[in-house]
Design a protein around this ligand. Structure first.
Ligand code: BEZ
Length: 209
């Protein structure tokens, strides 16, 4: 059975480019963007690592720590970071987990044997400060991820947690949000005194103050 939304992200100890970590201790109090790559010194991965580094301020603003992983060693990761910085014009500072024996990739089911027996696919786990998995996404090896979507999902989850709302398709911060069906109209009156538009009894749209 795979790791699912709502599960506690399994803890692990690992060597990273920033030293040894105990995952839960390292993550304490933060959101985590944990993402895997097939291998060091590969082209798509190089752009994704670069993009994550370029977005460092965006992640920090949202209290999110990025954590990369590929099934190579710390020494290889460190050499590769030089290439990433050079080609993607950045200064990569977040840790990358070394996982040459596939221990963590196996724990997080990042190895999909139909794709590769030895390299991780492009998995994403968004994990909240309670270590709960809030989103999983899996991309094939040939497709670089969309980082606007990763930030958008984090914005949606954090806005939802703070306001007990859900967000519609293609939502962007500042746009109207949805009052979930689990909230009665009586409760909604207290939570959303600004009112809402009821398109259907199950589809109530409001603006956040
Ligand atoms: C890449 O990151 O460029 C890549 C890695 C494995 C297979 C295909 C592409």
């Amino acid at each position: 059975m795979g790791l699912r939304i709502g599960d506690i992200a399994p803890n692990f100890s690992a060597a990273t480019t920033k030293g040894d970590i105990n995952f839960h201790d390292w993550a304490k109090g933060s959101w985590v963007f944990f993402f895997s790559h097939p291998a060091d010194f590969t082209p798509v991965c190089t752009t994704e690592m670069g993009r994550t580094s370029q977005l460092a301020k965006e992640f920090a603003k949202r209290n999110v720590k990025p954590l990369g992983l590929s099934t190579d060693t710390v020494e290889e990761h460190k050499k590769w970071i030089g290439d990433i910085n050079e080609t993607q014009h950045t200064d990569l500072q977040f840790p990358i987990v070394a996982d040459p024996d596939l221990k963590i990739a196996t724990l997080y089911e990042m190895i999909h044997p139909g794709e590769s027996e030895t390299q991780a696919v492009r998995s994403v786990f968004i994990i909240d400060p309670n270590h709960k998995i809030r989103l999983t996404m899996t991309y094939p090896m040939s497709v670089g991820r969309n980082f606007d979507e990763i930030l958008r999902v984090i914005d949606s989850l954090q806005t939802g947690d703070a306001n007990r709302i859900a967000t519609p398709a293609d939502w962007r911060p500042g746009q109207d949000v949805i009052i979930p069906p689990s909230i009665s109209n009586d409760e909604a009156k207290k939570l959303f005194p600004q009112g809402w538009e009821e398109l259907k009894p199950y589809l109530r749209v409001t603006k956040l103050k």
